[in-house]
Design a protein around this ligand. Structure first.
Ligand SMILES: *Cc1c(COP(=O)(O)O)cnc(C)c1O
Length: 385
């Protein structure tokens, strides 16, 4: 079977791979950047391995496309970017755990901060190294996860004044419902954020950075842009379950395509049962193809008997259960199918497209979970043109 895996320069050894279009990523970045007021910077959020797209390759392409900041969830993700040579500011959305201060200091990461014990640890570390650590204060205006409650900003900020080696260089909050059809909740969050900023200024703090918006926020709330916006999903071309339907959506391109090749092809008689649990029986003589991709690769088992793929310019249904490593498709209605044919499970091929949003809707999740769920054993192939 070696001929099946060696005839495309794009394809790694395994005949299942995720193709990442760096030009599409750069296009989306520029499109989002153009929605911002002049002088507002755009943070490219590349947490969770750039939403499954490959953090280092994406960050390098985005740096070249003009990304001003990078956003990561974990300190470890920030370290990975620094070690790959990224020099733009890196913001740790999740702040970091105790004992990660040294990594924050060494790699010049900018943490979100929302706990006094972590502030104390960072301050002590900064003192010991004769350095100043800049952080952004995270205010909870209605998400209810990380962040000090907006009503506690004054008390918290007074406590911060004793940390001589920490600089409050930014203030952020995170929207819970910026993609919603109504704006009431986000308007409330924006008002609470503005009140928090006023409180901080009254106490003498002089932050440089003001940021609230995620993808949905920067699309629908231009008044909440501050001087920095944080975009993840939209940058990866996820649109219909990310951006609010209230407004025209920008034209964004899917960045990830998930492809595989037929490794077994056979004709079976009517009445043949396919896959675990015998959940599908062929109603007619059928041409049945096996693909070397399964739920361990992130093709969700919920697509059993209801997903579809693109092959030779047509859609073909997934039949039977998606199993750990293998998936079966019915290609009876696709003329000319051959062993080794390339199929697409996500993304575009032959003028057809399966968007992550569509796959997500089919199994009652969101497109974020589809792309971040493509597992580590699927090689990422980054294409530059
Ligand atoms: C993940 C994340 C973002 C990016 O959100 P998208 O909806 O993907 O644009 C922005 N801000 C914070 C705090 C996040 O955790």
């Amino acid at each position: 079977m070696s001929e099946l895996v060696s005839d495309s320069p794009l394809q790694p050894k395994r005949p299942t791979w995720a193709e990442i279009s760096l030009p599409a990523l750069a296009h989306n970045f520029q499109t989002l950047k153009a929605l911002l007021a002049d002088g507002t910077q755009l943070m490219a959020v590349v947490k969770a391995n750039a939403y499954g797209h490959g953090a280092v390759a994406c960050a390098k392409a985005l740096e070249a496309a003009g990304a001003d900041w990078f956003g990561v969830a974990l300190v470890e993700e920030g370290v990975e970017l620094r070690e790959s040579g990224i020099s733009k500011p890196i913001f740790c959305l999740g702040g970091g755990w105790r004992t990660q201060g040294e990594l924050i200091l060494k790699h010049e990461l900018t943490p979100a901060l929302f706990r006094l014990d972590l502030a104390e640890e960072l301050d002590a570390l900064a003192k010991a190294n004769q350095r100043v650590i800049k952080f952004h204060l995270k205010v909870d205006t209605g998400m209810g996860r990380l962040g000090i409650p907006w009503t506690d900003v004054e008390a918290f900020a007074q406590q911060l004044q004793r940390f001589s080696q920490l600089r409050l260089d930014g203030v952020l909050t995170h929207f819970a419902a910026a993609d919603a059809a109504t704006s009431d909740y986000t308007d409330l969050q924006i008002a609470r954020y503005q009140a928090s900023v006023a409180t901080l200024r009254a106490l003498g703090f002089t932050p440089t950075w003001f940021h609230q918006a995620n993808s949905a926020g920067l699309h629908a709330y231009s008044q909440a842009q501050g001087n920095l916006a944080r975009a993840g999903a939209a940058m990866y071309g996820l649109v219909s379950d990310v951006l609010s339907p209230r407004l025209t959506r920008p034209e964004l391109q899917p960045v990830m395509s998930l492809r595989s090749r037929i490794v077994m092809l056979k004709t079976v008689p009517a009445g043949t049962s396919l896959g675990y649990g015998c959940t599908f029986t062929t109603p007619r003589e059928s041409r049945i193809a096996t693909l070397p991709i399964g739920y361990a690769d992130g093709l969700r088992r919920a697509h059993s008997n209801q997903g579809r793929i693109i092959i030779r310019g047509k859609f073909a249904p997934i039949v039977g259960r998606v199993s750990m490593d293998l998936t079966i498709v019915d290609v009876t209605d696709v003329p000319g199918v051959e062993l080794g044919d390339i199929v697409t499970l996500l993304g575009a091929q032959d003028g057809l497209c399966l968007r992550a949003e569509e796959l997500a809707a089919q199994i009652e999740t969101i497109s974020y979970e589809i792309v971040t769920g493509i597992s580590a054993r699927v090689p990422r192939v980054h294409i530059t043109a």
